[in-house]
Write a protein that binds this ligand. Structure first.
Ligand code: KG4
Ligand code: ZN
Length: 334
């Protein structure tokens, strides 16, 4: 069978990225330009600044990727692009670039849902087996998804308020360790011990999550200690926070695996890079005879390799879009 090369483009938040993937499994080249250093100054992503930087960089990123792959646009079979969800101004930059290339080079345009991309990043590690449960944990999502087969998503539940990554970023800001908070808190959590008594978030029988109560408890704790002139032990707080978060997430993931009698788990999204979460999931999967896959650390946060990979499976089904395709800031996983 002929090899299929998909050019993926991702610009939904603060990473400008392009990637070429062969047959939905082999990475030929990937370029990721992160704006983290720019947004760190503001303590979070500023949408207007993000889209301006995408405009400035997108052409260069796509060109770099083609050069790195030593390929020309004529050798590309289709262009996959994130159309949502994400920041509208950021999404539009990648989308318009993809539409332009699709028009000029007469290549099919494949619309990829950002979260489908995060899930399919696992296919770069090993072929995904169905049925599976996908645990999606990012700055915008905390979802448990049942997949019966390729591109058949059923959302079992998710966060009722803050996403888990958002909560990490907020806690990091409150204790003054910068943006994005996830990686910093994750590292600090290996240095402390679980000494702070924090509320367990939404410990019920559902597949839903709620992190706003936990977030508020930490904000109050930090403020109260400050007012009393006491110093917070940041490492201990990071450990206490991470353990509570990881425990509830793994508990509900295991429940979903058992309830649906599923033997395959994939992890997805920026928070999939979390060491505490990976370690605990590994433990429960090994104890329960579950086959698990985690994306490579570099492809946990936003990147175009995952978009090109997810795009390949839509390509196989001929699910293309015309040039009317529009960006959507929020859209159901499909
Ligand atoms: O998937 P992503 O790049 O963007 C969204 O689609 O949201 O995820 C970014 C989020 C941020 O909130 C960041 O703090 C979090 O992922 N994150 C982590 C870790 N690395 C990134 N959270 C916890 N532990 C980490 N090691
Ligand atoms: Zn993402």
């Amino acid at each position: 069978m002929k090899d299929i090369y998909i050019l993926g483009i991702e610009s939904s938040c603060d990473e400008t990225s392009a990637s070429i993937i062969r047959n939905g499994t082999d990475e030929i080249a990937t370029v990721i330009l992160s704006q983290i250093d720019i947004h760190t100054n503001f303590g979070g992503v500023v949408p207007e600044i993000a889209s301006r930087h995408h405009v400035k960089n997108i052409t260069m990123v796509i060109e770099d990727c083609l050069n790195k792959a030593n390929m020309s646009m004529n050798e590309i079979d289709a262009i996959a692009v994130t159309y949502g969800p994400g920041l509208i101004g950021s999404l539009l930059v990648g989308l318009e670039s993809a539409k332009t290339l699709s028009f000029i080079y007469n290549k099919p345009l494949i619309p990829v849902h950002h979260i489908a991309g995060h899930i399919y990043a696992n296919n770069l590690v090993k072929t995904m087996k169905y049925p599976l449960i996908a645990l999606v944990v990012s700055g915008g999502h905390t979802d448990l998804v049942y997949m019966e087969d390729e591109y058949k998503f059923k959302r079992l539940g998710g966060t009722l308020d803050d996403a888990v990554g958002e909560c990490y970023d907020k806690v990091a800001r409150v204790i003054g360790v910068g943006y994005p908070g996830g990686p910093v808190i994750d590292k600090m959590a290996t240095l402390g011990s679980h000494t702070y008594n924090l509320p367990i978030p939404l410990d019920d029988n559902s597949y839903n999550f709620s992190f706003s109560g936990l977030k508020s408890a930490i904000i109050n704790l930090v403020h109260n200690e400050e007012q009393r002139g006491n110093e917070i032990n940041k490492e201990d707080l990071a450990t206490s926070f991470q353990e509570v978060v990881v425990d509830i997430i793994t508990k509900k993931t295991l429940k979903a695996l058992k309830d649906f009698n599923v033997k395959n788990l994939v992890l997805a999204g920026g928070v999939a890079a979390n060491k505490g979460l990976r370690d605990k999931l590994t433990l429960i999967c090994e104890e329960n005879d579950i086959d698990y896959t985690f994306p490579p650390i570099k492809y946990c946060t936003d990147n175009a390799a995952m978009i090109a990979t997810a795009g390949y499976f839509l390509y196989k089904e001929g699910r293309f879009s015309d040039l009317q395709l529009n960006a959507k800031s929020s859209v159901e996983l499909q």
